[in-house]
Ligand binder design. Structure first.
Ligand code: GLN
Ligand code: ZN
Length: 768
């Protein structure tokens, strides 16, 4: 019989119960017992739900109080020394100290580093390894949760991060070494745990090895074989799960691992099915990831069924498993919560709960025949047909406009050197011009105005008046402290993507479509469902209002097309590059309107450009090509003397410098203060030609930097770059900071710029 399987369920709870419970515990408002009770309740609810929906391989240990990679670090006892842990079982206090850092009398430690889980927006805590690293079983969470489910009458499939991916997810501390050298020491811990799971009654275990879809060296490939040969002894049935890409050149390694089943992602990489079917040895089952675990669209069941039938024809029912493409961790929990979406639109969607139903339907179709699920197939067909032909999705005018885009539209009128001349003349800025990244503190007062407007407690006119008041204050403040290029403060924006999405056609928003981003933090990505169009100007009124208040330059603030795409659930019926270009045209219109309204400096933020990079290096060039092109399309409509800025933060840019250069923004502001300007070395090496504002104020910390510290950073910057190139600004927007921090920090920043001007002496000149 074909089996219905799930790789992981969202842990946060349909009402974000886990977030509430964990944050209340952190704040000291509830006990550890209350926290554990909520966790237990959520686990039980999710197991029962999956059983009810007809899932046979129900995951356990997919729950976590913060992050499942951190759970793995605890499991193998790789707690870094600074946490002073030497017990038998990692306690919750140590766990949260690793996750968030701690500042108490007992312990004053920073958190572990956090980074993105492959190409998703989920962040995991990066394991830290030393050359002399030892491992020992220090958490039996996987065993405990298996037993907990068993007591409820549900025999689950425990999920673990596989040993090779675990090591590859980590970082070496101290002298560099090959992390996979640690494998012989790590494997006995996994063996011990698998033995304990077996003893507790487990039959199947899922080991996630997403690194099997990444670029691997031959010795890394071999490590997988070594690892799974060692794990075989446990006698458990092992499913190795891969996702987010095709196995590609790791195919032979993957199919020949001494395990019982292999999971492949057929949503991201449907083309790999034939190759895998041909290569799979006769003793192995294949788990088909045909229901998208990372997006919110209803599955085309006919299409999924066709792939599954092909697999059944080749392997037989006993060797086929139907599953989501990856863990449903990346999907919102339940569409039933969306009471505000209309019926037609809702019929196009499936959240985690609905995806379980889809998996069960497909499995039943294979086991009992399509007639047994004819009603479900019919509903699916109707929804797919309605979505593909709806005029809510398709806007002929947008498609025509896109088809008419010419190469020239992505080029500024003249090269940077010439533009700079025009801008130096038109803008009259001093050396080391000061500016900020856009937002000023979003105080509870500001957020309350928005909430009041939403609830209808104040009128739109009252809301607008309140925002204008805020803008007036922040303009006066910036003038008083002597900032050169002002911003209006972004008070009217809830979020840099949502604000624009709400004003664009082709976007929809959920009420409760939360997805875990990291720890207790969840995000609610907008849904791009149709052709994107800008019916009205989005920022011109606010920006022009702010410009009229001052003689200084007011910078227009926009979110760029790549970031708008990257931080949303994107339609899957056309290439992402096409959707990105549609957004680029909408932003381009806004840029043109801002220029027309007299705005001479326009910033287009692209903090998400780096995270859009494909998993496989071979695909980077194609992505960077269309991403850079989309940015240029959005920016290139303006005259030479209008200055285009962009902003990027918190990623490593070293390996994409040529593309950052190719974006051809006149000015880029970028995170550097944490790394003490290290990043500037790559700008120097690459000979970055345009202007650059290396962030001198780390806004992700409550710490207030001194003038001397910023001067020091700026001096470092002119060692790598020309003083004529340098702007002075914070790392990122100030919206999460308090005014009490922002005021002294920005005053010091302006003084730092003044000091630098004296130091370098001279004017901003066009010629270099
Ligand atoms: N302009 C935005 C702000 O200042 C940029 C935010 C970001 O880079 N994430 O808030
Ligand atoms: Zn930023």
């Amino acid at each position: 019989m074909v089996l219905a399987a799930n790789l992981g369920f969202p842990r946060i709870g349909v009402k974000r119960e886990l977030k509430t419970a964990v944050e209340s515990y952190w704040a000291g408002n509830s006990t550890v017992e209350a926290l554990q009770a909520t966790a237990k309740e959520l686990r039980a609810r999710h197991w029962k739900l999956q059983a009810e929906k007809g899932i046979q391989h129900i995951p356990s240990n997919d729950f976590s109080f913060y992050d499942h990679v951190l759970d793995t670090t605890c499991m193998v006892g790789a707690v870094p020394e600074r946490y002073n842990f030497n017990g038998d079982t990692v306690d919750l206090g140590t766990f949260f100290a690793m996750a968030r850092g701690e500042q108490t009398a007992a312990r004053d430690v920073v958190a572990m580093e956090m980074t993105k889980w492959l190409d998703t927006n989920y962040h995991y805590l990066v394991p830290e390894f030393e050359g002399a690293q030892n491992f020992a079983l220090k958490s039996r969470k996987a065993v405990d949760e298996f037993k907990e489910a068993l007591a409820l009458g549900i025999k689950t499939k425990p999920v673990l991060v596989g040993p090779v991916s675990y090591l590859l997810l980590g970082k070496c501390k101290g002298a560099d070494f090959d992390r996979l050298d640690l494998l012989p020491k790590l494997l006995p811990v996994y063996v011990q745990l698998l033995n304990e799971l077996k003893a507790a009654g487990a039959e199947w275990v899922q080991l996630d090895e997403p690194f099997l879809v990444t670029d691997l060296t031959p010795s890394q490939q071999k490590a997988f074989t070594t690892a799974y040969t060692a794990l075989k002894a446990s006698g458990l049935n092992i499913l190795v799960a891969t996702y987010f890409e095709a196995l590609g050149d790791n195919l032979q390694t993957a199919v020949n691992l001494p395990v019982q089943a292999l999971h492949i992602d057929l949503v991201r990489a449907p083309q790999q099915l034939d190759a895998v079917l041909n290569a799979l040895p006769a003793d192995k089952s294949l788990s088909l990831g045909v229901v998208d675990g990372r997006n919110i669209w209803r599955t085309d069941l006919d299409k999924a069924l066709a792939a599954a039938e092909k697999a059944v024809a080749k392997l037989g029912k006993e060797r086929v498993i139907i599953a989501g493409s990856c863990s449903l961790l990346h999907s919102p929990v339940d569409l039933a919560e969306e009471t505000k979406l209309d019926a037609e639109f809702k019929s196009w969607l499936a959240f985690a709960t609905q995806k379980l139903e889809e998996i069960a339907t497909l499995t039943n179709a294979l086991n009992k025949g399509v007639a047994s699920v004819s009603a479900q197939l019919e509903t699916s067909r109707n929804a797919i047909a309605s979505r593909s032909s709806s005029n809510r999705v398709h806007n002929p005018a947008v498609k025509q406009r896109l088809a008419a885009v010419t190469k020239d539209m992505a080029n500024r009128k003249h090269p940077f050197a010439q533009r700079r001349e025009a801008q130096v003349k038109a803008l009259g800025l001093p050396l080391f011009p000061t500016t900020t990244i856009g937002s000023f503190p979003q105080t509870p007062e500001v957020r309350k105005y928005r909430a009041d407007l939403k609830r209808g407690d104040i009128t739109e006119a009252q809301y607008n008046a309140a925002m204008e008041e805020k803008i007036r204050d922040v303009v006066t403040y910036q003038e008083e402290i002597g900032i050169d290029v002002l911003v209006h403060g972004e008070f009217e924006r809830n979020d840099m993507v949502e604000y624009f999405g709400e004003l664009l056609e082709g976007y929809a928003f959920t009420k409760n479509g939360w997805v875990q981003s990291y720890g207790s933090r969840c995000v609610k990505p907008p849904i791009i469902f149709g052709d994107v169009n800008r019916p009205v100007a989005m920022t011109v009124e606010w920006t022009a209002f702010a410009q009229k208040l001052t003689k200084s330059w007011m910078k227009g603030m926009l979110t760029g097309p790549i970031t708008m795409l990257q931080w949303a659930f994107v339609r899957d019926d056309q290439p992402r590059s096409e959707t990105c270009r549609q957004i680029a045209l909408a932003i381009r219109d806004e840029v043109a309107d801002l220029e027309k309204a007299g705005i001479k400096i326009i910033q287009i933020d692209e903090p998400a450009i780096r995270e859009g990079l494909p998993i496989r290096k071979a695909d980077w060039a194609a992505y960077l090509n269309w991403a850079v092109e989309a940015f240029r399309l959005s920016a290139s409509v303006v005259d030479d003397s209008t200055q285009i800025h962009t902003h990027m933060c918190y990623s490593e840019f070293n390996d994409i410098m040529p593309s950052i250069g190719a974006m051809d923004a006149d000015v880029i502001s970028i995170e550097t203060s944490r790394s003490q300007m290290e990043l500037l070395e790559s700008f120097e090496e690459y000979k970055y030609p345009n202007e650059i504002g290396p962030g001198v104020y780390d806004i992700h910390s409550p710490r207030i930097p001194s003038e001397a510290w910023m001067v020091d950073l700026l001096k470092k910057s002119i060692r790598s770059l020309d003083a004529q190139q340098i702007w002075v600004n914070p790392d990122c927007g100030l919206k999460t900071r308090k005014w009490a921090e922002v005021k002294p920090a920005l005053a010091a920043m302006v003084n730092a710029a003044r000091t630098m001007r004296k130091e370098v002496a001279g004017a901003r000149t066009a010629a270099e």
